[in-house]
Design a protein around this ligand. Sequence first.
Ligand code: BGC
Length: 761
Amino acid sequence: MEVLLPPDDPAWRLDEPVYQPRYEAAAESRFSVSNGFLGVRGSREASRGPTWAAWLHNFSWSSWPRTFVAGLFDIPNFTPPVPALVPVADWMRVRIHLDGALLRLDHGTLLGHSRTLDYRRGLLLTDWRQRTVAGVVARVRTLRLVSQSDRAIGLQMLHFELESGAAAVTLEAAFDHSVSGLEAVRLDADMGLWRTEQTGQELAIACAADLARGGHDAPPGATAPLAWTWGWTGQAGGSATLRRMIGVARGASPQAAARAALDRAYGIGWRAVLDSHAAAWAQRWQAADVEITGDPAAQQALRFAVYHMTSAANPDDEHVSIGARALTGDGYLGHVFWDTESYLLPFYTVAWPAAARALLMYRYHSLDGARAKAAKLGWRGAMYAWESADTGAETTPDQVLDPLGRLVDVLTGKLEQHITADVSYAVWQYWQISGDAAFQRDAGAEILIETARFWASRALPGPDGLRHIRNVIGPDEFHEGVDDNAYTNRLAAWSLRRAVEAEAWLRQNWPDHAAALAARLQLSADESTVWAAAADAMAPGVTSASGILEQFEGYFALEDIDPTPFAARQGGIDMVLGHARVQGSQLLKQADVVALLGLLPDMLPPAAAKANFDYYAARCTHDSSLSRPMHALVAARLGETETALRFFREGAGTDLAATPEPAAAGGVRMATLGGLWQAAVFGFAGVSFNADGITLAPQLPPDWQTMTFRLHWQGRRVLVRLSQTGVQATLEHGDALTLRVGGAAVVLGGLGAVVAIPQTP
Ligand code: BGC
């Protein structure tokens, strides 16, 4: 059973050394396995332990088992009625009885326990030993995966051993329907068909299980729909291995596709399912790993980030995107925010272009939803939903319950409009970095044009002759209904200019496509001049004498409150200070002007950028988990390496802290992970892209002896190895390109070409 052994190298695994019911739900988030189609939280399949960690006045979930299927949204019967990703039946449930008593995880009987993510193979492994009241010692080891090479397939293995004593054993492998958010339509012995209650989407899971005991397959004693039971008399030293595989499909009449997936899995056998999954993961790591020597915690943070970002994407499905918690928990109901474009897309663009393309195609396919939103609010073009699910329609609830049970208005769905520029930004970056002309021609240009139309209608001319974007919420959500938010205005102007370029590029290179698009969108010949004029006239906002951009009109006049007492809390600042006081203060929820510096690093000269960073960092509560990694990125680029490393470490603690905060139970914070990757690659390594190649401006933290990673740029793949004393780059795929380091520009010509550029530490 060597497949059940965790990897030796601690840098390639995540361990949970102690079982703590209080933090079980948070651990389940971080130990999730996913392939962008299926996601399974790291809940134990057997001996699950208590469901509650506390009760009476303070109910708190402990185990929160969930399997999610990307894109499977329903409008559940709750307030407010917005679409939510719904959990499907728990296909991994196992119950083991010894002499009739259920084997349960509890401290009294636990002899040893571990839960391990094997990053390299993309597996969750668990191992625990228990002594029952009757003195029997049992050991259970498990493995699970959802396949990275064939996303419709899941595999579970459970190896049961009696180490001492004898007992009558029953092992039941049954679906647990109690956690499902779907209605069962039909349950057969090895196939289930379900339907979402409101949206009528269908899901099928085909499943087969077998038990190997003493070198033979043991036939199940009793079977029911999706349930298999085996019984035997167990002796010390005896063992049995359960193997269960599933094939999953959603969409119209999905049974045949689910059956076909299961047949594929059984056709090659569990070992080949495992091997081809591990081989697909090996390829992903080859393309996307970031290796750090000298700082094990940073290494762990980056492997964890790359593991979850790799797990979250599916390059084969253009109709789903990545929710704020991906498929690792219920937080934010599976909704997609700007997190995907501004925090995650850079990773995919640079490390996995096919995944980036699919994520941007999701925005292309949701253009109709964005057009509908713009039209509804009286604007032109396309205005993306602040929160979107499967169709691209706005899914932000209008009201939510606050911790005191009061209904409070949520204004982000109407006012947090910068997401429309964030999508254009990601489209442009992808196009520039990948060189994917077909994407730009067939989808990217249309997104840029339609969003430019929105901004041109949205930024209204004022008596001062400037265009103003009034009544918005910037990334800092503490201030609602503000005018001329620097982030929104400047990114809108930037995307208007990119739309002008994209339209000209299309006309020049693909005149037929340009003509067809213009006809379809009723685009007049001179419309792009309107966008250029709107960009030129966009209100730049106030800049103080010391060069600080005012975050929005009137911000400088607000009360200056020290954020330090709030920096350690998660949420609830409103409850302490009151909503009006927070709104009337300079306290920030998260990076806003700092995020603008992160996206447009050349917007300000370095000294002005630093002044802005210092000013706004001093007012930020980091109440959002997006905030710290963005500060780390900007500080790293500014050469403030120590500050950057502090933000990087704090950001890494968001989902890896030994004592997780409550929100961790809702799933891993994907944007944080993308932000940490950006802080490392764009920040400490100083990667940027130009028309003819790649620039590196490394400023590694002193402990980082080496940093090694690969970059994908316009069909090339470059292996970069940084040390404290130099840069080495190898062209692994594609044609020559120019590499800039410090003042030097060298041509990395021909496959296998290596350059080494020394640097003074
Ligand atoms: C943040 C937003 C973010 C959302 C989802 C909010 O708390 O303020 O910026 O998009 O969470 O992660």
